[in-house]
Design a protein around this ligand. Structure first.
Ligand code: ADP
Ligand code: MG
Length: 484
């Protein structure tokens, strides 16, 4: 069943396309050597080019171009060896040049796609229309003085990648999955930190509605939504608003709107009538950007393994289910942690410890994988202790909790607490004898046919040995004594 919203006149389908602005990770800006470091004092990272002093000329930053190409490769997209920078003209106080240098007709990256996975386990391809490079603007500060506004140009000319999707998205969940996947790919590539709260990734959300089978209707664009949850909410409320207009005999105007999460509504920012005429033209200060295929190939050969490939490999190499592999590759640091634990060990057991016990411990202690009190090497060592029979699975839980608390190595904990598994059959036999003597009545019942009591005896013997007996030995010895 595809996702629809029920209106008075029946079901409506949602159509969504996303434009994502992703701040490029680079030391210096797109056209100047000024630093991109976040959080500097206002206007301390501004070159004469960024401030648009007369006669200053932009010079393209090769690393920003490399980052755009890496991203294009990660999105399985066409890399355009020829691209061009255009001026997008508009006046605003945070834009000293009076125009933004962007790419309009000839973007550096063309068509690509992203595979998303939905909660149902179903996968879908969402088309990428293009990715282009452009400069960011400065930032206006309105809260420093009651009568004046100030401008901070530290961000002016920092490189952005605008990543435009096809109108392939059909429901809020798909938009969320698309943004999460895009962010994951950018982070793996190291081309954008994907931090929406800090504004290094922001989304413009284009929404329209239609009846099934119809051509697209007029869309509205909701600007600068800064969290995945808000994107999903904005789609829902905007689609509902448009359906109401159509059903009441009205017409949706093509507009730019803003989402107000507090009130759960979108509001007009500007209508098509006051849409900008940007008067794009090729920037005469910059030559067309021509890159060589050999360089693209070199960048490609050095790309890290991306999430989809890693997930498939984890399933194959470690024999874990697709879902678990997906959880483990969600963040690269988790994937690396898991792989250190799983290598040359039982991959399934490793996955269950990382996803289960470790994640629970991180949550409980407000840690992340980076600050984990248990290192991957240490967790791996603990699995070795299970594998070589030093401890059993139940004692391992106790050892693990101790590792979380003290950060000690698992062998140190086993020695300190005397948790070594008992495999001495003499000790186990003695424990069994004591239990059978203590529960002579139950032994009689068991022998009289009450098979279920077997588990009770196992439990008692384990208790008698403080959980340290080897469960397999207990089982076979008990069988021998009870049935023999
Ligand atoms: P513009 O340059 O005016 O923003 P584009 O053609 O580049 O227009 O489209 C911008 C975004 O709008 C793209 O992500 C595209 O997928 C999306 N889009 C286009 N048509 C529709 C539609 N009818 N409904 C929803 N989204 C749409
Ligand atoms: Mg747009």
């Amino acid at each position: 069943m595809s996702y629809v919203i029920e209106g008075k006149t029946g079901p409506w389908e949602i159509v969504v396309g996303l434009e994502v602005h992703a701040q490029v990770i680079s030391q210096s800006k797109l056209f100047s050597g000024a630093s991109t470091k976040f959080g500097g004092d206002p206007n301390t990272q501004v070159s004469l080019v960024d401030a648009a002093f007369p006669g200053m000329l932009p010079v393209i930053n090769k690393e920003c171009v490399a980052q755009a190409i890496r991203t294009g490769l990660g999105l399985n997209a066409q890399i355009n060896l020829f691209s061009r920078f255009d001026r997008k003209n508009y006046f605003y106080a945070d834009l000293p040049q009076g125009y933004q240098i962007s790419q309009f007709e000839h973007p550096i990256i063309g068509k690509g796609s992203i595979e998303i996975e939905l909660q149902s386990g179903e996968t879908r391809q969402i088309g990428i229309t293009r990715l282009h490079l452009e400069q960011d603007a400065g930032k206006l500060l309105h809260d420093q003085d009651p009568t004046k506004s100030f401008v901070d140009l530290n961000r002016a000319s920092v490189a952005l990648m605008e990543i435009v999707s096809e109108p392939d998205i059909r429901e809020p969940e798909e938009a969320g999955a698309y943004l999460r996947k895009l962010r994951q790919i950018l982070r793996y590539l190291g081309t954008c930190d994907g931090n929406m709260e800090e504004g290094s990734m922001r989304a413009d959300v284009n929404v329209s509605v239609r009846k099934a089978g119809e051509p697209f209707r007029t869309r509205c664009e909701i600007k600068n939504v800064n969290s995945i949850r808000f994107v999903m909410q904005a789609i829902e409320v905007e689609a509902t608003r448009q359906i109401e207009i159509w059903e009441n005999g009205g017409e949706v105007d093509q507009e730019t709107r803003l989402f107000d999460p507090g009130r759960g509504e979108t509001r007009t920012m500007r209508s098509k009538e006051d849409a900008h005429d940007y008067r794009y033209f090729p920037d005469p200060d910059l030559l067309p950007l021509v890159v060589e295929q050999a360089w693209v190939d070199e960048l490609k050969s050095k790309l890290p393994e991306l999430p989809d490939a890693k997930r498939a490999r984890f399933q194959k190499d470690y024999g874990i289910p697709s879902y678990d592999a997906g959880v483990l590759v969600a963040e690269q640091a988790v994937a690396d942690f898991y792989e250190t634990v799983a290598k040359r060990r039982d991959g399934k057991l490793a996955a269950s410890w990382v996803i289960g016990d470790l994640f629970a411990a991180l949550n409980r202690t407000s840690n992340t994988i980076e600050t984990s009190p248990v290192s991957a090497a240490s967790l791996g060592k603990m699995l070795d202790l299970i594998a070589d029979g030093t401890i059993n699975g139940k004692i391992a839980k106790e050892v693990f909790e101790d590792m979380v608390e003290t950060g000690d190595s698992p062998d140190a904990i086993v020695e300190r607490k005397g948790l070594r598994q008992v495999t001495d059959t003499g000790v186990i036999d003695a424990a069994i004898a004591a239990i059978l003597e203590k529960h002579a009545d139950k032994v009689a019942e068991y022998r009289g046919g009450k098979d279920k009591l077997f588990g009770f005896f196992v439990g008692q013997v384990m208790k008698e040995t403080k959980g340290k007996a080897n469960p397999a030995l207990v089982n076979s010895a008990l069988k021998a004594q009870l049935d023999g």
